[in-house]
Design a protein around this ligand. Structure first.
Ligand code: SAM
Length: 291
């Protein structure tokens, strides 16, 4: 069981099924035998009464390590060519369910309720790079009953996810991730750990989902809109970024007055504002009826 990280075994399996990698589906399979046990350990799969949702199991390298530790694993894989391979490779376990679907289309709330009733749930995935942000935002925004999300992503994305606010690497995703979770950079993974080898190194990040947000936000929709608009033109001051186009319907004089009232310097750019300052700004706009 779980010998799948051995490169010759992986090659044999792929040859047996005549499998060809799909670049479009972000298929870079783990071949470094140390990575998946470490990920499975650090995602908390082995905690008492824990279920794991895995996204994109591939041929089951990480799945196998998760299934050894967790009470139950549900793995959602989009590529139907991989389903018989997964069934064969995981045939020794009875606590795994494989679902052939697109993670962006699965009714996640319902799935968690039916598959993991009464369990602590964590997510663990070597994510396909092309949908890293949409998947993370979906998992966080839907406020699912998940305690942590441990993902392998491109190293640069990992740094951005963990940048927090007021940092040169901060992007709108950093603030969103910080609003919903406390991110931790766990370890780096060299590009040679995958087959085929990607162009860049990766890193594993754990997002410890918050029970309560770090600041009071009256309208999450407006809060994230303000953040998005401010970072869209990150070289401009926030005042100019929010009043430049017609997306925000707030005049420059009014925004200058709001900044003064909130004691925020008008010269600040998005990367210089804290999450609390973004919340104060969005709350003030909300109170004044802006959308
Ligand atoms: N977990 C495996 C590993 O570590 O070797 C494979 C990881 S590979 C980076 C990403 C996997 O996600 C592939 O198996 C790919 O087919 C699958 N995938 C891509 N898009 C998906 C989607 N929208 N929903 C579910 N799985 C997807």
């Amino acid at each position: 069981m779980c010998k799948l990280s051995d490169i010759s075994t992986v090659k044999q399996i792929l040859a047996k099924y005549g499998f060809r990698f799909s670049k479009a589906l972000g298929q870079n399979f783990l071949i470094n035998p140390t990575v998946s046990p470490k990920m499975a350990e650090l995602c908390g799969a082995g905690q008492e009464n824990t279920g794991v949702l895995e996204i994109g199991p591939g041929i089951g390298v990480l799945t196998c390590e998760l299934t050894k530790r967790a009470q139950k694993v549900v793995a959602v894989e989009l590529d139907r060519r991989l389903i018989p391979i997964l069934h064969e490779n995981l045939s020794g376990f009875n606590n795994i369910k494989i679902i052939n679907d697109d993670i962006m289309k699965v009714a996640l709330k319902k799935l968690l309720k039916t598959e993991f009733s009464g369990m602590n749930v964590v997510v663990c995935a070597n994510l396909p790079y092309y949908i890293t942000s949409p998947v993370l935002m979906r998992l966080l925004e839907e406020k699912l009953e998940i305690s942590a999300i441990t993902v392998m992503v491109q190293k640069e994305v990992a740094q951005r996810l963990c940048a927090g606010a007021e940092n040169r690497k901060t992007g709108s995703i950093s603030l969103a991730v910080n609003y919903y979770s406390e991110p931790e950079l766990l370890f780096s993974v060299k590009k040679g750990s995958f087959m085929p080898e990607p162009k860049v190194d990766s890193a594993v990040v754990r997002l410890n989902v918050r029970k309560n947000p770090p600041c009071n936000v009256l309208s999450e929709e407006l809060f994230f809109k303000v953040i998005k608009m401010a970072f869209l033109q990150r070289r401009k001051t926030v005042i100019n970024a929010l009043t430049g186009g017609d997306a925000m319907e707030v005049s420059k004089p009014e925004l200058v007055e709001i900044f003064e009232r909130l004691d925020i310097l008008p010269t600040k750019r998005a990367e210089n504002l804290s999450i609390k300052q973004f919340a104060d700004l969005a709350n003030e706009l909300h109170i004044r009826g802006h959308k």
